[in-house]
Design a protein around this ligand. Structure first.
Ligand code: GLA
Length: 389
């Protein structure tokens, strides 16, 4: 049985065992991001895609106001009342409870429900398993209670749940990619207007390989929120002279150099990276239109260097893997991916070199860190959907 079928089956059978037949099941994928990192909350552009690894949720109504949640693969259960939603120390329930909380705050009336979740999106690997749980939950509750929310409304709500209930001031990319993903396409998303279009992503002769450091630094979410504040501090300074600048999306390198270079070094470095990354993404999209994947790959290395040196969200394990990839034959581009401080690198690797690349990277990583390296070859898949039961 494939891993996907087995996840869906596990969720369904656990649900049936605990609560009887589920009313519906939803699948919501993890995501990759080709280029455009930390640009979403700066209202720039991103280029993510949904992948063929997903979170599955089985759900059904209850007659009372209670919520029963079960994580099938962790073998953990919690019970809480809809009338007293508070964050759980277990963490995973918060991605579901935050959605119920936001829906209620928006004035939707929910009833109690049972839900079982599990998936094959590796946790803490920077593939947005949390956004996948949030999107699966909001999609399932929308169906279950007939709330009539559009996909975009659900995405916004999921982001708000993560910002307020979980406490990570993330941008909109992860939820958007999970909900709107489309096979064989990357999504060019304007994070200010939320206009988007699907760019065909032709994998002619190469694959997307993720190398998972399995590192998750505990500072990740604090540092993430700090980066956001540093960018906002830069905008506040630039806006004194250029009031039209409302986010780093509106700034250019000249403004950054002339107004920030002599001030707080961190604020300067952060803003320099973001302004450069937004420009790099636009140029990278043109490379894809020109079918010039080699030029695109070089930009991925540049993004890594900026994230590591100027934005300072990398770590030694990610730097090691990006440097390793740089010197391998058959590697078109590589960089750390996602929020940082651990998780995966994303590598575009020519078909003929994939096996050797993965095994040599694993060996080098083991020699350097005495740790096993995990790897995933991912395909680009569709976004959140109901699945047949
Ligand atoms: C995390 C956040 C996203 C985005 C990325 C960095 O995945 O959830 O909103 O900011 O980091 O690009």
């Amino acid at each position: 049985m494939s891993e996907k079928a087995s996840c869906a089956n596990l969720v369904q059978s656990q649900y049936t065992k605990a609560f009887g037949n589920p009313e519906l099941m939803v699948k919501s994928p993890g995501r990759i991001n080709l280029i455009g990192e930390h640009t979403d909350y700066n209202l720039g552009f991103v280029l993510p895609a949904a992948i063929d690894k997903a979170i599955y949720i089985a759900i059904g109504k209850r007659a009372d106001q209670q919520i029963f949640l079960q994580a099938a693969d962790l073998d953990q259960t919690i019970e809480i009342s809809l009338d007293a939603l508070t964050p759980s120390p277990l963490q995973w329930p918060n991605y579901l409870l935050g959605i119920a909380d936001q829906l209620q705050k928006m004035g939707h009336s929910l009833g109690g429900f049972n839900a079982v979740v599990a998936g094959d999106v590796p946790l803490g690997a920077g593939l947005s398993s949390s956004a996948a749980v949030e999107c699966a939950t909001v999609f399932a509750l929308n169906e279950l209670f007939g709330l009539g929310l559009s996909k975009l409304e659900m995405v916004r709500l999921a982001q708000k749940a993560e910002n307020e209930f979980v406490g990570l001031k993330c941008g909109i990319m992860d939820m958007f990619a999970s909900m709107f993903g489309k096979q064989e396409s990357v999504i060019q998303l304007d994070c200010r207007s939320l206009d988007y279009h699907y760019m065909p992503f032709h994998q002619n002769g190469f694959q997307i390989v993720l190398l998972d450091t399995c590192v998750k630094h505990s500072l990740a979410s604090t540092e993430y929120n700090t980066r956001r504040e540093e960018c906002e501090a830069g905008v506040a300074i630039i806006a004194k002279w250029h009031p039209q600048v409302k986010s780093l999306r509106d700034a250019d390198l000249k403004m950054v150099e002339s107004l920030l270079a002599g001030g707080d070094v961190k604020v300067y470095q952060r803003c320099k990276f973001i302004v450069g990354e937004i420009a790099r993404l636009k140029a990278g999209c043109q490379d894809l239109v020109n079918d010039d994947i080699a030029a695109f790959g070089l930009k991925m290395f540049e993004t890594h260097d900026g994230l590591s040196q100027d934005y300072q969200v990398s770590c030694i394990e990610l730097d090691f893997l990006a440097d390793f990839a740089r010197n391998q034959t058959g590697v078109i581009g590589a960089r750390m991916m996602g929020g940082g401080f651990g998780g995966c690198t994303i590598n575009l690797v020519k078909d003929a070199s994939v096996d050797a690349f993965i095994s040599e990277a694993a060996l080098a990583f083991k020699n350097r860190f005495q740790q096993e390296l995990k790897s995933y070859i991912v395909a680009i898949g569709d976004g959140t959907s109901l699945i047949n039961i």
